[in-house]
Design a protein around this ligand. Structure first.
Ligand code: HEM
Length: 165
């Protein structure tokens, strides 16, 4: 396949970094919001927190994650880095796909289901077992997600395991 020139590679890398920043920033923001805001004084306030979490997920994290995947695909296909020539790039592929699946099927529902519980129970949602379980797993999974993203940033910069090149 035809490879990009030096300028094209720089443009692609810039877009990749902006989107990676969006994903990491969104993940940190969402966790801060879930862990640090509160305790809510009313059902309306709690619903506001729940909706803010969904807003960050839908408009910051998901575009950042999808953008990283797409630019990762372009970098692998259109530059000499390739898909599996380097161990650190292969690991980024596996981790990125894992994080996207984990975010979509495990973390997403724990955030998206909260407003319905709050609308039903008001401030008492805080004592609801389903709400509490969603809260616990979104924090636990969220911290894991941030660690995985930080690991990907580190291996991208250090580009270790060069013997495979
Ligand atoms: C399919 C997924 C991904 C692939 C295949 C991929 C691949 C790459 C490659 C080959 C580079 C080197 C580009 C160059 O120097 O020209 C790079 C740079 C970078 N990537 Fe990714 N990436 C992916 C996802 C991510 C994710 C999820 C993050 C973090 C959230 C990330 C963060 C970075 C950073 C910080 C750099 C710049 C490192 C530097 O050169 O100093 N990437 N990526």
């Amino acid at each position: 396949m035809k490879k990009l020139g030096a300028r094209g590679q720089k443009v692609l890398k810039t877009v990749h970094l902006l989107l990676a920043g969006l994903w990491v920033g969104g993940a940190v923001g969402l966790n801060l919001l879930i862990i640090c805001l509160g305790p809510a004084a009313s059902g309306e306030e709690l619903l506001g927190y729940n909706l803010a979490a969904i807003l960050i997920d839908d408009f910051v994290i998901i575009p950042g994650a999808m953008g990283c995947l797409l630019t990762g695909l372009l970098i692998s296909g259109l530059t000499p880095w390739g898909f599996f020539k380097r161990k650190w790039v292969a690991i980024k592929w596996i981790l990125t796909i894992f994080c996207i699946l984990f975010g979509t099927f495990v973390l997403g529902p724990t955030v998206n289901n909260q407003p319905d519980i709050t609308i039903k129970f008001g401030l008492d949602a805080l004592a609801n077992p389903e709400y509490q379980s969603n809260y616990f797993y979104s924090v636990l999974g969220g911290v894991f997600q941030i660690l995985a993203l930080a690991f990907m940033v580190i291996i991208s910069v250090f580009k270790p395991w060069r013997e495979k090149a």
